[in-house]
Design a protein around this ligand. Structure first.
Ligand code: NAP
Length: 685
């Protein structure tokens, strides 16, 4: 099968220059890959002039909706992807992470974006910063999409997940993507990408696909483009030195090799549940995807007195794995992606063996395989090495054997365990197996600066913990140093990678209009009616309502104390209240102020306000004494659609006393019905 590229709205088949990709299972040719003859300037121009404007015309929520629709579409058509992906050597279980995992990542990004980003084209980052005494000059950071292309270079090991994990944040940010899968498994990415195009869900120009090399594309990048790379540190370093990337300060996010660690705590005995959990995780990590995972445990750091026991228990577990044709139901471990990759792994093991002893498996031997041809496929049995002096060894901390390989390392103290883990010079993930709080805490804090993610496993979270190797969409995926430099793809920060953070300075009104969020000092437009009688669409950002005022008496305070049981001395005892440096005498409860404030603005009739969703940023700034009178200013600060039936309204609430001093401020969140769904009594059965 000749893989085609998808560029400038059409499928392109190269005339020549093909690389033949063989099945990892039986060696038969499965794909021909070439991008020869492509005009890469045209590819970039199409992204910048067609895809970018189309995406930027949409709001974050609209883009997130597209990603969700795409996830639903692919989810219904995923079975053929599994069939194709077997040829990479991966079992069905391995491919679940790649295929279903990729689709789940789309869902996760779509839902996160709708919850955390506004239904607008601009996002704010942080609060408004007042910059002047008179209140006429302020600043706020806004985030806007870059006008270039998101250039995605993916590793071979997760062709579907790797592509979708990068596509979702770029599209949600409003930046078109150009995807280049690794040649070795490009046919899997191609199968998924064909369906992405067939769906017609994403606007034209928002995604393009290059089967084969990138030609001179990287030489044509500008400061508005972003490169997101996954692969080896060697390739990353080479690409980062591309003159255009260096000279134009092109953002370059790298997820690269990582010598991840798992530490068995010194508190763990052979009988402890954590011992078995550790060995089980280790065996699972080496065999899943035949160890071709960026997060795989490469270094198992074990108390010296336990290393023989761990070695024995691990060998017993590994003996149970069945290596062979991933299509066979009997098989629990598949092959490497290619015989070339197996050569690389064997070469890496040879380097490791200069400092460590092979204690399980023989990398050179032809392994027994089930339902497969050992000569035609890229099979390799697990290999375990043991290094008794890891602190005087170097290669075990720097050579990544990207296959079913791990090294056991002995340590004598917690400090040593930390130092060994950190010798990886920056990793994606480390896991700690311990049931002793001081030990686990010391290990977490000792290794955290060198790791993007730290997982602590013990008997209490054993059943529900998600595993050493599983990067979850809302969490950091990335790591410092060798792992790529600390940039992270996960969470909403993954979206922000494709956006520029700009500090906008000006009047509070300018900042409100630019950001779409009302802030104090900006124009207050008088609400045409009571705001609680207006539907989600009718309410306008900046719309303001002032309530009548209400005096607070000592009797109110006493009733409130009796009713709620809150008889804190500052409300009930004049002498004790005076002894506090904050009060001149008895004061009203903060919660009383909030409750009375609500009493001043809520409506008793059924109407568009459906529910109180909570308060944020609450501050009591001035005590309210008996005899004071409070009134409330209520302003619509921002609106976020949630469902067709309702949306979330963020109100800026300010409680003043009779001298117009601010007693309290907070954001109130309410769920408000849209016009077509305002509940009415006759519709209630
Ligand atoms: P690789 O050989 O470094 O290739 C990575 C990508 O770079 C491929 O798409 C490759 O394309 C492309 N590439 C190579 N030279 C290029 C050039 N001159 N211009 C543009 N693109 C170029 O890595 P791999 O073998 O695919 O993947 C295995 C490595 O990835 C391991 O080291 C693993 O640790 C790492 N990895 C890291 C993470 C992470 O999140 N940190 C995740 C997965 C994998 P071709 O295939 O066409 O050469």
């Amino acid at each position: 099968m000749k893989l085609r590229s998808y560029v400038a709205g059409t499928w392109y088949e190269a005339p020549d220059g093909f690389t033949e990709v063989a099945s990892a299972v039986d060696g038969r040719p499965v794909a021909l890959v070439s991008s020869a003859g492509l005009n890469f300037q045209r590819v970039l121009d199409h992204a910048r002039t067609v895809g970018g404007p189309a995406l930027r015309a949409l709001t974050f929520h609209q883009r997130a909706e597209l990603i969700k629709r795409l996830a639903l579409y692919l989810n219904e058509r995923k079975e053929p992807f599994y069939e194709v992906a077997f040829d990479t050597g991966a079992t069905r279980k391995d491919n679940f992470v790649d295929i279903d995992g990729g689709i789940m990542t789309l869902f996760a990004f779509a839902s996160k974006a709708r919850r955390e980003l506004p239904d607008a084209c601009v996002a704010v980052d942080g609060a408004i910063e007042p910059l002047s005494k008179g209140g006429t000059f302020a600043a706020r950071h806004i985030m806007t999409p870059l006008h270039g292309a998101a250039v995605h270079i993916n590793a071979y090991n997760f062709p579907s997940w790797g592509m979708l994990e990068k596509l979702a944040p770029a599209i949600i940010a409003g930046v078109p993507a150009i995807v280049k899968p690794a040649t070795q498994s490009a046919y899997v990415a191609y199968a998924v990408f064909q369906d992405i195009i067939a769906s017609g869900i994403l606007p034209e120009g928002s995604v393009q696909f290059i089967a084969g090399s990138f030609g001179d594309l990287l030489d044509r990048l500008t400061g508005q483009d972003v490169v997101s790379f996954t692969g080896s540190a060697q390739t990353a370093t080479k690409l980062q030195r591309t003159p255009a990337i260096a000279q134009n300060s092109v953002r370059f996010i790298a997820e690269q090799d990582s010598l991840n660690a798992a530490i068995l705590g010194p508190d763990v005995t052979i009988e402890a549940p954590e011992f078995e959990l550790f060995v089980k995780e280790l065996a699972r990590e080496i065999t899943t995807k035949a160890g071709q995972r960026c997060t795989c445990i490469r270094r198992a750091i074990v108390p010296r007195r336990m290393i023989d026991a761990v070695q024995g228990a691990l060998a017993a577990r590994l003996d149970k794995f069945v290596l062979g044709n991933p299509r066979s139901e009997k098989v629990t471990m598949g092959s490497l992606v290619s015989q070339g990759q197996r050569d690389d792994v064997r070469a890496a093991v040879a380097q490791l063996a200069q400092e460590a002893t092979i204690v399980y498996g023989d990398p050179a031997a032809a392994p027994a395989v089930v339902d497969g041809d050992v000569n035609a496929g890229a099979y390799m049995a697990p290999v375990v090495l043991r290094c008794d002096r890891p602190l005087t060894s170097a290669r075990v901390h720097s050579v990544e054997a990207f296959g079913p390989v791990t090294t056991l390392m002995a340590y004598d103290s917690i400090d040593e365990a930390i130092e060994i883990a950190n010798r990886g010079e920056g990793s994606l993930v480390a896991s700690i197996f311990s049931y002793d709080t001081p030990t686990a805490d010391a290990l977490v804090l000792g290794i955290a600066p060198f790791h993007g993610r730290v997982l602590v496993v013990d008997r209490d979270d054993a059943k529900e913990q998600t595993g050493h190797g599983t990067p979850l969409a809302p969490l950091v995926h990335g790591g410092p140093g060798r792992a790529g430099g600390g940039e992270e793809m996960g969470g909403i920060r993954g979206v922000f990678h494709y956006m520029q953070r700009t500090a906008v300075q000006g009047t509070p009104q300018r900042i409100a209009t630019v950001s779409g969020v009302w802030n104090p000092g900006a124009t207050e437009t008088q609400s045409p009616g009571h705001p609680f009688e207006r539907s989600f669409e009718e309410l306008k950002v900046g719309e303001t309502f002032y309530t009548a005022s209400r005096e607070i008496t000592i009797a109110d305070i006493e009733r409130f104390a009796e009713f709620t049981g809150d008889s804190f001395y500052a409300h009930m005892d004049e002498a004790a209240a005076k002894a506090s440096p904050f009060f001149e005498g008895r004061v009203a409860h903060g919660y009383l102020v909030l409750s009375f404030a609500a009493g001043l603005f809520v409506r008793s009739e059924l109407g568009p306000v459906l529910a109180n969703y909570g308060l944020e940023d609450l501050r009591f700034l001035k005590p309210v004494y008996p005899g004071d009178a409070i009134r409330v200013r209520l302003t619509v600060k921002a609106k976020t659609p949630r469902k067709p039936e309702y949306g979330e309204v963020r109100w800026s609430v300010t409680v003043f006393n009779q001298n117009d001093e601010i007693a309290a401020t907070y954001d109130l969140l309410t769920m408000n019905a849209t016009s077509a769904h305002v509940p009415a009594l006759e519709t209630v059965s």
